[in-house]
Write a protein that binds this ligand. Structure first.
Ligand code: TLP
Length: 347
């Protein structure tokens, strides 16, 4: 049975060109800065993001952690949306490892935050308060259904941040999906952030890796923080080689994932018992619910998996299906047929 795995774009396997590049990669010790393949990837990443420098880390979680540990000292505060990946899914690392205080502001459904609430959250000089240092953004926004956060919102957040002498950090795990949806280069999105991390191992299909991009001084300091958390890698060109292929060959094809997500959403809208607003789908993430609130999402998920379609619930009421490299148009049609059958059986 062919498995249609829509749990995440993190399940993507490396392309044949990546395996070849890994095999042939020229290597050195990256803690000495001597791995030519890592150096090349970092230069490419910095250029793509319009920043001075970049640093390879093992994961998106490490990208956000190292960035925020670099911006902040213990007891400092960061502001982020209450649906942010860093707040919900990174094991509280910034607090556990950095003593950083997280101040959340409700996310709006479009992945942004109410600007007045952001400004209100910034602390003034008072011995009772932690010191606010950073405002965090996420684009595309995972929990907000892969929403591409508009540039105008990012500009407004940056204006507030800089007026208060704060930095902006962008969790751009899926920044290239955002770039396609907004019709701009990724650097136009990263321009509103002082630091940005983006992932190679989601839709871009590399097996491992994320990059932190920022000023030369910031990246030099982040290199030290990365070492501190045990992320200094040696012959990391093995990883970087696939990352170079990801940036060269896998960015433009993300548009196919967006088209497949649209088709999935439109198909789901025609299935009785499914609740979805197909117009909300902007990138490769499709969120949908069940009309019958007594039916357990876990039960539906298990039944779908038994029929070869893997989709996980993301919230108490919503499934999340993610399209990616390796998912073809026929797989979407298969998934729709299976979902229709399972939902009819369980109703
Ligand atoms: N997200 C994963 C899960 O952790 C939920 C997924 O399947 O989507 N930022 C964003 C916006 C992310 O979506 C993720 C991964 C990360 C950071 C963390 O990246 P990794 O998994 O490489 O640590």
């Amino acid at each position: 049975m062919r498995i249609v795995d829509l749990r995440s774009d993190t399940v993507t396997l490396p392309s044949p060109a990546m395996r070849e590049a890994i095999y042939r990669a020229e290597l050195g010790d990256d803690v000495y800065g001597e791995d030519p393949t890592v150096n090349r990837l970092q230069e490419m990443a910095a250029e793509r993001m319009g920043k001075e420098a970049a640093l390879l880390v093992v994961s998106g979680t490490m990208g956000n952690l190292v960035s925020l540990l670099t911006h902040c000292g213990r007891g400092d505060e960061i502001i982020m949306g209450d649906q942010a990946h860093t707040f919900l899914y990174e094991a509280g690392g910034v607090s556990a490892l950095g003593g950083i205080h997280v101040h959340t502001v409700p996310n709006t459904p479009d992945g942004g935050m109410d600007l007045a609430r952001v400004e209100e959250a910034i602390r003034g000089p008072n011995i009772h308060f932690p010191r606010t240092k950073v405002i965090c953004l996420e684009n595309t926004h995972n929990r907000c259904g892969g929403a591409a956060v508009p540039l105008a919102h990012m500009a407004a957040v940056r204006e507030i941040a800089h007026r208060h002498h704060l930095a902006v950090h962008l969790d751009g795990a899926r920044i290239f999906n955002a770039a396609i949806a907004l019709g701009v280069p990724a650097s136009a999105i990263a321009a509103y952030a002082d630091s940005v991390q983006f992932c190679l191992s989601k839709g871009l299909a590399a097996p491992v890796g994320s990059l932190i991009c920022g000023s030369k001084a910031f990246i030099e300091e982040a290199r030290r923080t990365r070492k501190m958390v045990g992320g200094g890698m040696r012959q990391a060109g093995i990883i970087a080689a696939a990352g170079i292929v990801a940036l060269e060959q896998m960015v433009d094809r993300l548009a196919e994932d967006h088209a497949n997500a649209k088709r999935l959403a439109e198909g789901l809208a025609n299935i009785p018992g499914i609740v979805i607003d197909p117009s909300s789908v902007q990138t490769n993430i499709v969120m949908f619910g069940l009309a019958n609130s007594r039916v357990s999402l876990a039960e539906v998920s298990a039944r779908l998996a038994a029929e070869g379609v893997k989709i996980n619930p993301m919230t108490a009421t919503q499934f999340r299906a993610v399209t990616h490299y390796g998912i073809e148009r026929e797989d979407i049609e298969t998934a729709l047929a299976v979902i229709q059958r399972v939902v009819a059986e369980i109703a």
